[in-house]
Design a protein around this ligand. Structure first.
Ligand code: ADP
Ligand code: MG
Length: 563
């Protein structure tokens, strides 16, 4: 039995406080189909989120099997959400590149169902929702009604006692809605189903009980549970949350900056947003993920790097099936060696950043994009004057890359938006270099030494870096040929004093802003993209060695994620 006792919930945004639930008391039977009706904004979703443990009540109590949840710890909520509650939403939240079967299996990721059993369970629920013939299709090959059936199968696969459905037919036509309602009513025969709907006809036709909401209060209840009714208990099951626990993803920990940044970097690199979303919806992280989406992803750039980790469910890292387990066992028992590509290698994906691809990106619908920038890595031969002598700079310890710009017109505004200026100025000219230091102003000793400063000092004033000059020398001048061998020109001094090089200067020291949510620049020396392009342009003429061209590519998307 589930009991809400005088539940209050308010949301405060800025100066404004919205009371979403204003003293709600309701008892639900172990087994019934309750429909919640009410105008938009009346608190229906808030109620479901609180019942599902996705959101916390401010006052009152939620009792599960007669026990208060006031003292529930994160782990207790996790167990409850994972195993006792299934969620169905208006938007189906399926992962596009996974098959129907794998989408349903995702629902078991955190529930500790043995692998060997997962396949069969997923197939069973898919048969139950009438999708037996479609298990190997991808979501985009299904109709809306079929997609909602997949989502229902996913919510059922852990055999939860409670199903919470938020406008499950909101996006479906009348006939399909009827079919989905038939299915949900069927499910409600041995579960508690609480369904929010804006359609009174559907509620009337299918539900056992109609609860009407207005302004966060229960206005009417067609079949309230009386105190004298016998109450039956749910079977609360233990959970296996190790993966998420390890990531300390649950609850508020997700908000610590370190984790948020790591999560986002991780998520964007492997396209896990969809996966996390599904996990969250079927397992109760929805609130957090929603907020991440809203707060962070809207301003978060998509970075397309030369190499990326592809963690989508390829042959080696998809969910193992029973057949896989059998095949592995057979292999173990065979007296032979089996060549295979290691899984780690298989997940590394090389992006081909061709001219054509870059043209495609720059031609994209500009209304979807708030900025775009390229990072080009150029191998530079830098020389500087150090203790009165001209010497080559150990460039490989400087993390030399270009800094992103938001389009040509805005110059260095990317840096101004994301980095605090600690000394000097932001770069303005193409030959201006900028030094990026770590979050506590640290800089690797190797970099300090490479810049000709003494890393054995405890601290080094910013002034020592500002104004530091270096000259970039093209390969043709930097290397001289003797008997078919190339070696570094012994006369660096005349190169330094001559006109052939490009003079560069560190103009400022910057540090990532505290709330920096984008994948930040590494510590070290950064140069302008204009310079990089000039050098790449020169490459054809004068044999500059290009490590990578357009190694990283940032698309700063405002809208893409939120649509
Ligand atoms: P319903 O599902 O009935 O449309 P909700 O439960 O979503 O209503 O919302 C009830 C009220 O609480 C609304 O006024 C809504 O704007 C407000 N509300 C809901 N969630 C939040 C939130 N996370 N932050 C601020 N206000 C919220
Ligand atoms: Mg709602």
């Amino acid at each position: 039995m589930l009991q809400l006792k005088n539940i209050f919930k308010k949301y405060t945004t800025g100066e404004f406080t919205q009371i979403a639930l204003d003293g709600v008391s309701l008892n639900f039977r172990k087994n019934e189909f309750a429909a919640i009706l009410g105008p938009s904004g009346s608190g229906k979703t808030t109620l479901l989120n609180i019942i599902g443990g996705l959101d916390q009540y401010d006052e009152g109590d939620l009792l599960i099997n007669g026990q208060s949840t006031k003292k529930y710890k994160d782990g207790d909520w996790d167990a409850y959400r994972n195993n006792s509650v299934g969620f169905i939403f208006q938007s189906y939240n399926l992962i596009g590149h996974l098959t129907v079967l794998d989408n349903v299996k995702m629902g078991m990721t955190l529930s500790g169902v043995p692998k060997a059993e997962q396949n069969q369970r997923a197939l069973d629920v898919l048969e139950r929702v009438g999708l037996k013939e479609h298990t190997h299709k991808k979501p985009n090959q299904l109709s809306g009604g079929q997609m909602q059936r997949v989502a229902i199968a996913r919510s059922l696969v852990n055999d939860p006692d409670i199903i919470l459905a938020d406008e499950p037919t909101g996006a479906l036509d009348t006939q399909t809605s009827q079919q989905i309602m038939d299915l949900i009513a069927e499910i409600a025969k041995d579960k508690l189903v609480i369904m929010v709907t804006h359609n009174p006809d559907l509620a009337e036709e299918f539900a056992d009980r109609i609860i009407e909401f207005r302004d966060g209060e229960v206005m009417s209840d067609s079949n309230p549970m009386t105190a004298s009714e016998p109450s039956k208990n749910y079977q609360l099951k233990k959970t296996s949350m190790s993966f998420w626990n390890a990531l300390t993803l649950s609850g508020k920990n997700i908000w610590t900056k370190k984790w948020r940044t790591a999560l986002i970097a991780f998520a964007s690199s492997i396209g896990i947003i969809g996966i996390a979303l599904v996990l969250s919806l079927s397992n109760g992280f929805s609130k957090q993920i929603d907020s991440i989406e809203n707060d962070t992803l809207s301003g978060f750039p998509i970075t397309i790097t030369e190499t990326a980790n592809d963690m989508t469910f390829g042959p080696s890292n998809r969910l193992a099936t029973e057949e896989d387990d059998k095949a592995n066992e057979k292999q173990r028992k065979t007296e032979a060696v089996f060549p295979e590509q290691p899984a780690e290698e298989e997940t590394v994906h090389e992006n081909s950043l061709s001219e054509e691809y870059i043209a495609y990106l720059t031609d994209m619908d500009s209304s979807l994009i708030s900025g775009m920038s390229f990072t080009r890595n150029v191998n530079m031969n830098l020389i500087h004057q150090n203790d009165g002598e001209v010497a080559a700079v150990q460039t490989d310890s400087l993390n030399l890359t270009s800094y992103p710009t938001n389009g040509e017109a805005k110059g260095s505004s990317f840096l101004e938006q994301n980095y605090d200026l600690l000394a000097g100025s932001y770069p303005t000219g193409k030959n201006d270099l900028i030094l990026v230091v770590g979050e506590n102003n640290q800089l690797a000793s190797g970099m300090v030494d490479a810049l000709g400063l003494d890393s054995s000092q405890k601290e080094i004033n910013f002034d020592q870096f500002i104004g530091k000059e270096m000259t970039s020398i093209f390969n043709d001048d930097f290397y001289t040929e003797t008997n078919g061998f190339f070696k570094i020109n012994p006369d660096l001094t005349s190169l330094y004093e001559g006109e052939s090089g490009t003079d560069l200067k560190i103009v400022g020291v910057i540090r990532g802003k505290e709330d920096l949510s984008i994948a930040g620049l590494s510590e070290g020396i950064k140069y302008s993209d204009t310079l990089a392009q000039e050098f790449i342009g020169n490459a054809q003429k004068s044999a500059i060695v290009l490590a990578q061209e357009a190694a990283d590519f940032n698309v700063m998307t405002g809208e893409v994620f939120s649509t």
